[in-house]
Design a protein around this ligand. Structure first.
Ligand SMILES: Cc1cc2nc3c(=O)[nH]c(=O)nc-3n(C[C@H](O)[C@H](O)[C@H](O)COP(=O)(O)OP(=O)(O)OC[C@H]3O[C@@H](n4cnc5c(N)ncnc54)[C@H](O)[C@@H]3O)c2cc1C
Length: 475
């Protein structure tokens, strides 16, 4: 086992997990204020989801073409280079963190390295900052397991990371602001986007217009996307949903339909659209596994933090989408506050909120904006009615909608845990990360996130050695 954090410096040491907008900003801010930082990320490059870069060997000539806020990224990248050179910051790439352990003298970050992710690495630190972002929610519908159906973020990640597209004719569907960059990004890359199918009710935007208009920059961004959709002649169907994906060996078409005021499919409005790719997403869910493993309080689906971005576990900060979904700018802002607070507290200074007053005001405004947006972009209320009994809902364990309904109606299951025990839904490789909301919706149970104490599958040999304090250490 290697101990990547073993150093003799007397300076305080902060481990930041996640090198997306939040973690990168937090790491640079803390390093600039007198703290040694180890930045740990599973990806081969810094940037997270928003600033995901094409693999170097692809030799992309204009990577900025796929990005917003490229200048901010250049500033962060340059800051990272400088802090690494100055010896304040170490960036550990390809390190998959599976547990953060609390010890009497600080924390141990346990990660896996290598192509098979079987080589254990430990990082010792005085404090930890969790900036692990979020992942996409996808709700099931008949045909969603066909090859050619991908998540909207997955299509975007593939485009940004490999410069490849998954087909020639795409439908982008579901709900949420992420659909806009996905549809325009695919269209700009030469894919014919046959339709953008958004289930949100436009009346929701009118209802929340006051909160939404408080962020003119975001409105300008939305207008820019609308112009691009027009330019690429993408047909936009608002208050519509995909009811079924069709195909034998792979996707050939989708059926979409309008929704009524109650969020049900309006019968007679179904239409079929030929496509070989369906990029679908229903919003984002914060990554909370590492925080849960540390015993941090979770509010709803997000890590609870105070005004300084501290969790309720001493020595643990959290920032970005792990603390609530709100886009890259909010993540940058929270990362800045978390970095300032952690640096002040670790160097023994008295934290002064006036040092980050501007960021705190921006954070409050952005949180209000995204709360309003979240309200507008909720999936259709009655989406689960479209899930037929033979639709696979839990893909890892191949549990169908019918089996889940039988567990509820026939066997009396009244909560997610009992449904899981009776059907095995959520017991597979993803441990319910992908299907939890789908299973809850079909079962009619509250969507309460399961406690997962390990953030990723870990080889048994690594687990056995992690508890062994005499295990050989040092590189
Ligand atoms: C697939 C996807 C595509 C998106 N596309 C867009 C887009 O096109 N436009 C847009 O405006 N917004 C997009 N978003 C939303 C946007 O990326 C986020 O708002 C923003 O990136 C959040 O920043 P963050 O720093 O909180 O998290 P992220 O950017 O998600 O960064 C989190 C980092 O943590 C790392 N990490 C997580 N868990 C571990 C672990 N256990 N061990 C080690 N490292 C870990 C990840 O590798 C990642 O680098 C997308 C989100 C996703 C999930």
């Amino acid at each position: 086992m290697t101990d990547a954090g073993r150093e003799t410096s007397p300076l305080p040491h902060l481990a930041v997990i996640g090198a997306g907008p939040a973690g990168l900003t937090a790491a640079l801010t803390a390093a600039r204020h007198g703290v040694r930082v180890t930045l740990v990320d599973a990806a081969p490059e810094a940037g997270g989801q928003f600033y995901r870069q094409p693999a170097r060997e692809l030799g992309a000539r204009r990577p900025e073409a796929l990005h917003h806020q490229w200048r901010t990224w250049e500033r962060l990248r340059e800051g990272l280079r400088r802090q690494e050179q100055a010896g304040w910051l170490r960036h550990l790439t390809d390190h998959h963190v599976w547990l953060v352990e609390r010890r009497p003298d600080g924390f141990t970050v346990h990660a896996l390295l290598g192509p098979e992710q079987e080589q254990p690495v430990e990082v010792r630190a005085d404090a930890v900052l969790l900036a692990t972002g979020g992942y996409e929610k996808v709700l099931p519908f008949p045909g969603w397991t066909l090859p050619g159906v991908v998540t909207a973020g997955g299509a975007q990640a593939m485009l940004k990371g490999t410069l490849a597209v998954s087909g020639r004719t795409a439908v982008v569907a579901g709900t949420g602001p992420l659909l806009l960059p996905v549809a325009t990004g695919l269209a700009a890359a030469g894919v014919r986007v046959a339709a953008l199918v958004e289930s949100a009710d436009p009346r929701g935007f009118v209802r929340r217009s006051r909160a939404l208009s408080a962020q003119p920059a975001k409105l300008a961004e939305a207008a820019e996307y609308a112009a691009r959709l027009l330019r690429h002649r993408v047909r936009t169907l608002v208050h519509h949903t995909v009811v079924e994906a069709h195909g034998t060996d792979r996707l050939e078409a989708v059926t979409v339909a309008a929704l009524d005021g109650a969020g049900r499919v309006r019968s007679g409005t179904e239409r079929r659209i030929a496509c070989d790719t369906l990029a679908v997403g229903h919003g984002m869910v914060p990554h909370t596994d590492l925080a849960q493993g540390l015993g941090c309080r979770i509010d709803g689906v997000a890590v609870h933090v105070d005004d300084e971005q501290r969790t309720d576990v001493p020595g643990v900060w959290a920032a970005g989408e792990a603390t609530g979904v709100g886009g890259a700018t909010l993540s940058l802002t929270e990362g800045h506050i978390a970095g300032r607070s952690a640096a002040a507290r670790l160097t023994g200074a008295v934290p002064d909120p006036r040092d980050w007053a501007g960021a705190a005001r921006a954070r409050a405004a952005l949180r209000r904006f995204f709360a309003a947006l979240d309200d507008v972009y909720a999936p259709p209320v009655h989406w689960a009615e479209q899930v037929s009994d033979d639709t696979v809902v839990c893909r890892c364990e191949e549990v169908t909608g019918g089996a889940i309904r039988e567990a509820v109606a026939g066997l009396g299951a009244g909560d997610l845990r009992t449904v899981k025990l009776l059907t095995r839904a959520g017991m597979g490789w993803c441990q319910g990360r992908m299907c939890e909301s789908g299973v809850a919706g079909v079962a009619g149970c509250p969507d309460t996130p399961a406690r997962r104490l390990l953030a990723r599958p870990v080889p048994l040999g690594v687990l056995a050695r992690a508890g062994d304090t005499d295990a050989p250490q040092g590189t």
